[in-house]
Design a protein. Structure first.
Length: 272
């Protein structure tokens, strides 16, 4: 089934240029809708907790917080209208949700085929950190993390960081539409230190994907004392890694390491 909707969380200043280009570009490529989500903490959640504040003073603070919320919503709307004007052929809608960032992103990511977020190196603040964690660990859906240096051909090469775990299988299933659209699929199996035998499960999954008509090839990469994420993201890894084991579910030792490494990588990979 082809993607129906992509999710692009933003703050009041929008998101990184590379991230926006990836989201609008993929929406156009797959002919699906793009939901631009602006999670915005409501006034009550912005006020200091103090039991000794008078009702009058508390009300004044709430009025100030409401003006701040309104201004952030206006800025987000301005960013969205400018981005939409640059991509008039994409069906996109802006949804502002007043609430905590994490729950808002997790809820909308669950009903989207893919969430597009900037990497830690590209954009790090109090909004995008909980947004990444929510999409990655609480939605059950794939996530595309986009560094500033991402190219314009996202999705032509897909890298699968394989581990024999249910999480990896579910990640591959979630990424099926992107695998089908890829020109090249690389399944990477990490040979941990001391292991000499080839992973039969990696060969079996490679054969299964080949039966599905995918242009898949398998590669075994020695760990060599590195972190799993470093081994997976070594050049020339990919411009788009669509099924890092565990990224959609937050499980699996290899997937968790690869996910964290790639989320902080600025130039080499954009995992999903």
């Amino acid at each position: 089934m082809k993607p129906v909707r992509l999710l692009l969380p933003i703050d009041s200043a929008g998101t990184s240029a590379a991230c926006a280009a990836a989201a609008f570009g993929l929406a156009k490529r797959f002919g699906c809708a793009l939901e631009v989500l602006h999670p915005c903490p409501p006034p009550a959640q912005r006020l200091p907790y103090a039991t000794e504040l008078s009702p009058v003073y508390f009300g004044q603070l709430e009025d100030v917080a409401r003006k701040q919320v309104d201004e952030e919503e206006r800025l987000a709307t301005d960013w969205f209208e400018e981005a939409l004007g640059a991509h008039p052929d994409v069906k996109a809608d802006l949804l502002t949700v007043e609430g905590l960032v994490g729950p808002a992103v997790a809820q909308r990511a669950k009903v989207s085929d893919l969430t597009v977020l900037p990497s830690i190196a590209a954009r790090e603040d109090g909004m995008f950190e909980p947004a990444r964690d929510a999409a990655l660990f609480h939605s059950g859906r794939p996530v595309l993390v986009v560094p500033d240096e991402a190219g314009t051909t996202i999705g032509e090469t897909v890298v699968i960081a394989w581990k024999d775990a249910p999480e990896a299988v579910r990640a591959i299933a979630a990424a099926a539409p992107f695998l089908e659209a890829a020109k090249r699929v690389r399944l990477i199996s990490i040979a941990e230190d001391g292991e000499e035998e080839e992973d039969d499960t990696a060969s079996a999954m490679t054969g299964y994907l080949a039966m599905a008509g995918l242009p898949v090839e398998m590669e075994t990469v020695p760990l060599g004392g590195r972190e799993v994420g470093d081994a997976c993201s070594r050049p020339p890894a990919a411009a788009f890694s669509s099924s890092w084991a565990g990224m959609g579910t937050g499980g699996g030792a290899n997937g968790s390491s690869a996910a964290r490494r790639s989320m902080s990588c600025a130039t080499r990979t954009s995992p999903c």
